[in-house]
Write a protein that binds this ligand. Structure first.
Ligand code: GTP
Ligand code: MG
Length: 566
């Protein structure tokens, strides 16, 4: 409701260049103000958003174009960094350079100097993604007074999911893990190889900025924020990009002005508004935003989303609206990842194990997803006294931590881990990652899911308040179960796969086989799991046929085995 009101406050149609420079100035001013107050993930998000505002994504012929491009860009202002990457798809190799300027005013200058291609009809939308034409370079280089002094982060290619696990590929975590002689070391190597690099994080924020820039031509005071594993530190290469469109409350309004914009009133309830709004947005995205392809509207879900592929980074994206709880959940998960260095490597190892055993899947269904799986790991670490309960984090919250999401959901908890009492920082439990991995499987292979549920907020198991096969209380909205969709068959698979994992870890002999330690956990299970092996068209059909399966709360009646995808 809030964002709709704000969106409809009027369309003060400034020329796009003026609009960009004004909003940039406001953003810089706001960032200066907020930077002094924000801590933790909030501060990181402000920094990354500011970086994205000062960056352009430029397609070039090859990595060798970087000198020409640097010379050319330097005409518009000082360049802070350049990051080259390649995308290989269907035997076509595309090269991109992400150019970060020191000052946002340089972006305005580049934008006003750039042109559109001639010829066929195109939708002329100015954006921060451009193409560096061949042939113009030499002439411009002569005119350029600045010298190329910058080194380029070069040669990074964004791997496909298949390439990540292909041992013959240069980049293969499997290859790296094999060479390590301790399980704890294997887990760290796996984590380091899979976690998002600085460039990948930049590109995710740039994508959000790209959409936000386009939407700002239509509506006032809104921002697009990445959330989920792209920012909470549990993300791994090729993970999806979760985005949310939220009102930008930090923009200052001139309450004293007597002139107020005429605006449309909204007569529907919030949900209908959100659905209609996202529906319209999806159409404009499909037709007008460069790089956005394969747009799908999943509007019947509890949290309606637009799914699309972002071609410049080959990333699958989900865009939702006014979902501030998801942002606060991201902050919470990030905080848990910050509290102890073992959390993130352990979570990544268990996520990878779960994917290889087909416990999780990219397809929505009656199985557990990465988010609740992460909660299982966090809960286990609470039992080991490595992580505090959310109740404790709430206890130490200060005034600056007070947050309230939609529907009055209280999302207040301590944001600054430096303010956590020493007892919680210096833990008696110094178990190795190997012990914790083993312990995780032991804990859940014997957990009585039949009777008990998991509660991160209390940090203790609770009696299951519902008949769901798996109950994990939503830490921020305690009346909800984030695993309402999971059926008994899947719970039993988690238990039996945990037993198998213990056996595999204990019996694999590293002196006789290269497949030992966590390598034994990454072998794909050949059991009866064919129902998950769907191609992308089939996945899309399931998404469209069962949009409610994307919701955070899913109908108990849905049976994936009954889905006739033909
Ligand atoms: P991957 O994308 O699989 O790497 O993990 P992710 O943590 O990003 O999970 P996902 O994309 O499924 O969801 C993105 C974020 O949405 C999560 O991190 C949570 O903050 C939130 N989320 C996902 N599922 C639920 C749910 O069932 N309930 C609630 N309240 N939030 C959820
Ligand atoms: Mg995600």
């Amino acid at each position: 409701h809030c964002y709709c009101k704000k969106f409809m406050m009027g369309t003060n149609r400034l020329k796009s260049r003026n609009r960009l420079s004004i909003s940039s100035t406001i953003l810089q001013h706001r960032n200066n103000k907020q930077n002094t107050e924000a801590v933790g993930l909030e501060a990181e998000i402000i920094k990354r958003r500011n970086q994205a505002c000062r960056s352009l994504l430029i397609q070039v012929y090859s990595s060798k174009s970087h000198n020409d491009l640097h010379n050319y860009c330097s005409r518009f202002g000082d360049v802070l960094s350049m990051h080259h990457y390649q995308i290989n798809s269907q035997h076509v190799c595309q090269n991109y350079i992400l150019v970060e300027f020191e000052d946002i005013s340089s972006i305005n200058e580049v934008m006003s100097s750039a042109s559109f291609v001639n010829g066929d009809y195109i939708a002329p939308v100015k954006s921060s993604v451009l193409w560096f034409r061949k042939g113009q370079v030499a002439a411009l280089q002569r005119n350029s007074k600045k010298k190329t002094t910058l080194s380029v982060e070069n040669g990074c290619s964004l791997p496909t999911d298949q390439e990540i696990w292909d041992v013959s590929e240069t980049f293969s975590p499997v290859k790296l893990v094999i060479s390590v002689s301790q399980i704890s070391g294997q887990i760290i190597v796996l984590y380091e190889a899979l976690k998002l690099t600085d460039l990948e994080v930049r590109l995710r924020f740039h994508t959000a900025h790209h959409l936000e820039h386009y939407f700002s031509r239509l509506f006032q005071n809104m921002k697009v924020l990445p959330f989920g594993s792209s920012v909470n530190g549990f993300g791994r290469k090729r993970c999806d990009l979760d985005l949310v469109l939220v009102p930008d409350d930090s923009e200052e309004h001139n309450a004293t002005s007597r002139l107020v914009f005429h605006s449309k009133s909204m007569r529907h309830n919030d949900r209908t508004e959100t659905k209609e709004f996202l529906g319209i947005l999806a159409n404009t995205m499909q037709h007008f935003i460069p790089g956005v392809f394969n747009v799908r509207k999943i509007l019947e879900a509890r949290v309606p989303i637009i799914k699309f592929r972002y071609d410049y980074t080959h990333t699958e994206c989900d865009l939702s609206a006014t979902n501030m709880t998801a942002i606060y959940m991201t902050e919470l998960l990030n905080l848990y990842g910050e509290i102890d260095w073992r959390v993130r490597p352990l979570v990544i190892a268990i996520r990878v194990w779960a994917k290889s055993q087909e416990i999780t899947s990219d397809v929505p269904g009656q199985w557990i997803t990465n988010f609740p799986l992460t909660l299982l790991v966090l809960f286990y670490l609470q039992q080991k006294k490595i992580l505090p309960s959310l109740k404790t984090l709430k206890l130490y919250a200060t005034r600056s931590d007070i947050r309230c999401a939609e529907n009055g959901i209280d999302c207040t908890f301590l944001r600054d881990i430096n303010k956590l009492p020493a007892d919680y920082k210096y833990k008696p439990n110094q178990d190795t990652l190997e012990t914790l991995l083993h312990g995780f499987f032991e804990y859940y292979s014997t957990f009585d899911f039949n009777v008990y549920g998991i509660c991160i907020r209390e940090g203790t198991q609770i009696r299951k308040p519902s008949r769901s096969a798996l109950h994990i209380t939503n830490p921020l909205e305690t009346t909800l179960n984030v695993c309402k969709n999971v059926n008994l068959y899947e719970v039993n698979r988690i238990i039996s796969m945990s037993h198998d994992a213990i056996y595999a870890l204990e019996t694999a002999d590293k002196s006789t086989s290269s497949c030992w330690g966590i390598m034994t956990l990454l072998k794909v299970n050949n059991g009866n799991t064919n129902q998950r092996k769907l191609n992308s068209t089939e996945k899309q059909r399931i998404e469209e046929k069962f949009p409610e399966n994307h919701s955070y709360e899913i109908s108990d009646k849905f049976e994936v085995s009954e889905v006739n995808i033909d």
